[in-house]
Design a protein around this ligand. Structure first.
Ligand SMILES: [Zn+2]
Length: 428
């Protein structure tokens, strides 16, 4: 790897490019030539590594994925730790329960400009029961930090907290106002923390200039991903002795007709034009259960179908259309259709030429991209002028039996955030 001398890197990035009023918070693209990547790493991110190890050690498994190894799960311990830590750094801190015992964290730091930037980092991790590695030891080994949440997505907390420490120490100055947010319930359960934050912000008529949703994107600014409609469909039939099927009404057979109809619908969707680089929608049936016993004609069958929604599609219209298809396919049996998360989500799409996307792309020397997965960005459409999904590390290491992040990625994200948000203090 190309490894420029650390002292050269420090001086070139923090003084020669970030000077006067043009330093951090400047939303115009900066010169890519000043930020050669990949960059020096071994010692550059030592504080970030230390913080990340600590954060990994505070288990915060989503309660829906908790098990014997994780214990009951939950985000509260991490939220409380972050509340204390950010309070000591000078933040105005609010813990806001999105569900009983599951608080979001809002830590607000004042900058020197009028702009307000939100960095949203989800507190929860996926489960650890399938891990073949110690989930919570947070060890550093071979240039990587290991453990659940190391890459998805506590790394961004480590990067931002280390930056805020340098600001508190007087080494750097924060330019925009910063709302560092920790949200519960991103990995499972319908983005309850993100939607709760939306309600909190709207109730106070808060509107933000920019929101960064932290996910492992290899520091590529992700400007779009699909939304979703998740449907639970229950077919009602009539039970009978299995030796006389004609006396019953078989709910599994009717559910099979729905599955076939949805397969045809999927083929129709993907054959159509993709309105943006995010691609077309998709439709799949992902769960099914039915049948009472081996000698009873099943009177009930429930399936779960997931429809990914492309930018420009109206998710409510999609829901109505799929409901009609399911009702028609199951007839003459009746269906009951529910939205298990209580809502549908439009896709997330930010113009790739917007200042937020181009600034981060320039700082990262990366081409803006789109994601196949979803994120909290689905909940924030009306809350900010610009939204992006961005963070260190690769999604390829997320949710795995062994999870890790390269220390190089921590260092890279540190430099990007520093140049974007902060300004050097002292004689230039
Ligand atoms: Zn994540």
């Amino acid at each position: 790897m190309l490894r420029p001398p650390a002292e050269d890197h420090d001086t070139s990035t923090s003084t020669s490019t970030n000077t006067g009023s043009e330093c951090g918070g400047n939303l115009e693209p900066l010169s890519a030539t000043a930020y050669p990547w990949p960059m020096s790493t071994d010692s550059a991110a030592s504080r970030e590594v230390e913080l990340l190890s600590t954060l990994v050690g505070i288990a915060s498994v989503n309660p829906l994925q908790a098990g014997e190894v994780s214990g009951p799960g939950g985000e509260a311990e991490l939220a409380n730790w972050l509340a204390d830590f950010t309070s000591d750094l000078g933040a105005e801190v609010c813990l806001d329960e999105a569900a009983p015992g599951r608080p979001n964290l809002y830590a607000e730091f004042s900058g020197s400009s009028d702009a307000t930037i939100v960095v949203d980092v989800h507190l929860d991790t996926v489960g650890v029961e399938h891990m073949t590695d110690d989930p919570f030891d947070g060890r550093q080994e071979n240039g990587r930090v290991f453990g659940r949440g190391a890459v998805d997505t506590k790394a961004t907390f480590a990067v931002i907290l280390a930056l805020l420490e340098r600001i508190k120490a007087g080494e750097l100055a924060l330019v925009p106002n910063l709302l560092l947010m920790g949200t519960v319930g991103e990995e499972a359960g319908g983005l309850i923390g993100a939607h709760h934050f939306g309600e909190w912000a709207r109730a106070q008529q808060r509107h933000f200039d920019q929101i960064v949703v932290a996910e492992p994107t290899l520091c590529v600014p992700v400007h779009g991903h699909k939304g979703g409609v998740g449907m639970e469909i229950t077919v009602r039939g009539q039970a009978a002795h299995s030796s006389k099927p004609h006396l019953g009404r078989n709910a599994i057979v009717a559910a099979a007709r729905i599955i076939e109809a949805f397969e045809r619908e999927h083929d129709r969707i993907v054959a159509g034009p993709a309105p943006t680089e995010v691609g077309t929608g998709t439709l799949s049936v992902n769960e099914i259960s039915g049948g009472r016993a081996r000698n009873i004609i099943p009177d009930e069958c429930t399936l779960y179908a997931g429809r990914r929604v492309a930018p420009g599609e109206d998710p409510n219209a999609v829901y109505q259309h799929l409901s009609a298809l399911a009702t028609e396919a199951a007839a003459p049996l009746e269906v009951e259709i529910n939205l298990p998360y209580g809502r549908v989500s439009s896709a997330f799409y930010q113009d790739p030429t917007s200042p937020l996307v181009t600034t981060l792309a320039t700082l990262a020397d990366a081409t803006p991209g789109t994601a196949t997965y979803g994120s909290n960005a689905l909940a924030y459409g009306d809350l900010a002028g610009e939204i992006v999904v961005f963070g260190p590390g690769s999604i390829d290491q997320a949710h795995m039996a062994v999870e890790w992040i390269e220390v190089t990625e921590l260092a890279r994200a540190t430099e990007i955030y520093k140049q974007w948000l902060a300004c050097p203090v002292g004689p230039l």
